[in-house]
Ligand binder design. Sequence first.
Ligand code: SF4
Ligand code: FES
Length: 215
Amino acid sequence: MKIKVNGNEVEVTGQHVLIEELRERGVQIPSLCYASEAEHQASCMVCMVKDVRNGQMIPSCSTFPQEGMEIETECEEVVELRRMAIELLLSDHGARCGGCEGRDKCRLRELSVQMKAKWTRFGPMAPEERLRVGELRSGIRKEQIHVTGQMYFEPAKCIRCGLCVYNAQNGFTFMYRGYDMQVVIPEENKKNVDEKLADLCPTGALFVRGLRRDE
Ligand code: SF4
Ligand code: FES
């Protein structure tokens, strides 16, 4: 099947989502909540591309190519939308990168720098809102929660992408809904989690103590 990408005709199989097909052909598209061969639900909106035929912005991690599609991956509109998505995530991310044990593997930090995103654009939250959410979360937002082996979970850094929830049975889970939604690890589920799960986490929320990214 043929589609157009940034004005160039590209042959794709149609068997994989756009992000996968395009990455295989050297077109770089950022992502946070998507990982190859892992279960995921589109949530971060960092992988957005534009379908020039109808002007729609679409998440490339959950859209399959269609014959005749005309995709833009680098126009200013797309770049600005991705930057906004990152800035929204940063507004509720405990971004204290200095001293963060997961910073070497944090794709959110990497993309923020690359895309010149600012955590101040949408946040931090208003003090009264911070208090309300803080009360709700008290008891589950402990600083660092030991999960298994050398693996720790730091809830304040979680962007609720769900990768750790969808890719380990009876491990991490969601609590509450909507804006208040949190990812938690029930004590009795810790035994079902493998340290390797930390590799999927796009932030420093899940990290293996003492392990650097290039190890
Ligand atoms: S801990 Fe990491 S992988 Fe799990 S939901 Fe949060 S950011 Fe995503
Ligand atoms: S990578 Fe596509 S929505 Fe997150």
